[in-house]
Write a protein that binds this ligand. Structure first.
Ligand SMILES: Cc1cc2nc3c(=O)[nH]c(=O)nc-3n(C[C@H](O)[C@H](O)[C@H](O)COP(=O)(O)O)c2cc1C
Length: 221
């Protein structure tokens, strides 16, 4: 039986047009500075900041409000080491066998390889899991728009980390099922991304990439 949900007045304050423009411009400038970082200083990050960013990710909209996500915050050096070893095992196979020549060409310019020292150097790793389905009263129930919902939550997480002043790397050492074993997550969850998070190492350089200009990514009709 479906239980009803109460409705209450929306908390909303309408900004002036001037403020709308000002805020959108300021946010755009902030987001232009977000970069994927692959070298971290070992400096620890306050746990509260990470928890706040993960809680912010959990405000994401989700299909039928089923919130099909789970986050694991890893700080333990031993667990980070295990994750690095398992990830490098998969990535070695990816680089040597699984990646097509086309894909290798695409990632060549980023100068990445199978070695993932950042999985140990970053003071924290956040593993994002999607709940492909859920179990309620021993019954398997469907979740809806899982990939879309978890993708949005991950976007909010990356944005929150950047807004707070940290850097992150969206990492996908696929297949990532090893994360279920190491982090003891149940079978209805699948890892979708692993985010090393922290401060950049001193002197960190990032690839000089260009983003699509707005007229190439937007059609206004
Ligand atoms: C779904 C996804 C998976 C990614 N996987 C990896 C990865 O495994 N290793 C890596 O070094 N970068 C990875 N990246 C980072 C991208 O290479 C990076 O976002 C892109 O080069 C653009 O750079 P920017 O984030 O600095 O704008 C991934 C990004 C996304 C969104």
């Amino acid at each position: 039986m479906n239980s009803k949900i109460n409705f209450s007045p929306l908390e909303y304050e309408k900004p002036s047009t001037e403020d709308l423009v000002k805020r959108s411009r300021a946010f755009l400038e902030l987001m232009k500075k977000r970069r994927t970082v692959r070298e971290f200083s070992g400096e620890p990050v306050p746990e509260e900041v990470l928890v706040n960013c993960i809680e912010a990710a959990g405000t994401a909209p989700s299909g039928a409000h089923l919130q099909p996500w789970h986050f694991v915050l890893v700080r333990d050096p031993q667990i980070k080491k295990q994750i690095r070893q398992a990830a490098e095992k998969e990535e070695r196979i990816n680089y040597e066998m699984r990646y097509s020549e086309e894909m290798k060409k695409e990632i060549e310019k980023l100068e990445t390889n199978f070695e993932k020292p950042f999985l140990e150097h970053a003071p924290a790793l956040i593993a994002v899991f999607k709940e492909s389905y859920r179990i309620e009263n021993n019954i398997r129930r469907k979740n809806y728009y899982v990939n879309e919902s978890v993708g949005i939550a991950t976007g909010l997480l990356i944005t929150a980390l950047h807004y707070s002043g940290l850097v992150a790397l969206p990492h996908t050492p696929s297949p990532m099922r090893f994360l279920n074993d190491i982090l003891k997550r149940p079978g209805n969850e699948s890892p979708i991304i692993l985010l090393p998070v922290g401060y950049p190492a001193e002197g960190t350089r990032v690839p000089d990439i260009k983003r699509k200009p707005v007229d190439k990514l937007l059609t206004v009709i």
